[in-house]
Write a protein that binds this ligand. Structure first.
Ligand code: ATP
Ligand code: MG
Length: 265
């Protein structure tokens, strides 16, 4: 099982939308077995999957795999561990002293399921707390959606160099196997000159951290099709009247690159 965490401490950049759509792609188009874990108390992904009624929602909620040392899952090829608002918030409050236990439990859970699924995708909350840290400490890969604007660029240094949860610290000290798939610009509005400038700046400053397809640094455009698909809880290519066709043709090569990078390990 290849485990991918989707994280960025910046909120609203499309972590959940990309996590859900990538999960659908892997499950439905590639025919691979997949486990989705929602660690976000906001439950955005959980609610989307419930709405879509395509994935099986597990009776096990995501908090269990942090707090319990042994968790039994349903036998399924496409399973979602939903987030529970109250319990996840409480876990966060539990704080430092529980950290080692949570990480150990999650690590064990991933080991126990290593033969049960081809992929595991973890959606995280946008704050550097114990849930995000546990995910980063136990994953094989990290993908970070980012919006091309000044705030995102300013927040990037936290993503990379935050003393505890920054990529540099994680890779050097706690999970040396964590591979950074890259920064994925999302919600890119081509008509906004400032956004185009910021994206250019991002690419010039961090060329090695950006996802590259061929010779290009792609972005996911801001299009109603993606938010509509998310609203309905379905894959973008299943939108009625082919409404997602153009956007899907832009996104698919990016998803293929992400999967290729995970396959190479
Ligand atoms: N490329 C896109 N085009 C149009 N809408 C998008 C796109 N990406 C995401 N959205 C929409 O933007 C909103 C925020 O996205 P999403 O919830 O995925 O962000 P997030 O990073 O998970 O937020 P949070 O940090 O709160 O968890 C959602 O309504 C989502 O459907
Ligand atoms: Mg989210």
């Amino acid at each position: 099982m290849k485990t991918l965490t989707i994280a960025n401490q910046k909120g609203g950049v499309g972590k959940s939308a990309i996590a859900c759509q990538l999960t659908y792609y892997i499950a439905l188009k590639l025919g691979k077995s997949i486990l989705f874990i929602d660690f976000d108390h906001q439950q955005n992904s959980t609610n989307r999957f419930k709405e879509g009624k395509i994935a099986e929602i597990s009776s096990v909620e995501s908090n269990k795999i942090l707090t319990d040392s042994h968790v039994e899952l349903e036998d399924s090829n496409f399973l979602v561990l939903s987030g529970n608002y109250d319990i996840l918030i409480d876990l966060e409050k539990a704080g430092e002293e529980k950290r080692d236990t949570y990480v150990q439990n999650l690590y064990q859970f991933i080991q126990d399921n290593s033969e049960n699924f081809d992929y595991c995708i973890i959606d995280t909350n946008p704050s550097p707390d114990i849930r995000q840290l546990s995910a980063l400490m136990t994953s094989d890969f990290l993908l970070s959606p980012i919006q091309p604007n000044s705030e995102a660029l300013e927040g990037l240094s936290r993503l990379l160099t935050h003393p505890e949860i920054g990529l540099k610290n994680i890779q050097e000290n706690v999970n040396t196997g964590l591979e950074f798939i890259g920064l994925l610009p999302n919600l890119h509005d081509l008509k906004k000159v400032r956004q185009n400038e910021k994206l250019k700046e991002l690419i010039e400053t961090y060329p090695d951290l950006m996802i590259k397809v061929g010779r290009k640094f792609p972005s996911i455009k801001n299009r109603a099709a993606l938010s509509d698909a998310q609203d309905e809880g379905i894959p973008i290519w299943m939108l009625s009247k082919g409404r997602g066709r153009i956007h899907w043709s832009e996104i698919k090569p990016i998803f293929d690159k992400i999967i290729k990078k995970m396959g190479a390990k």
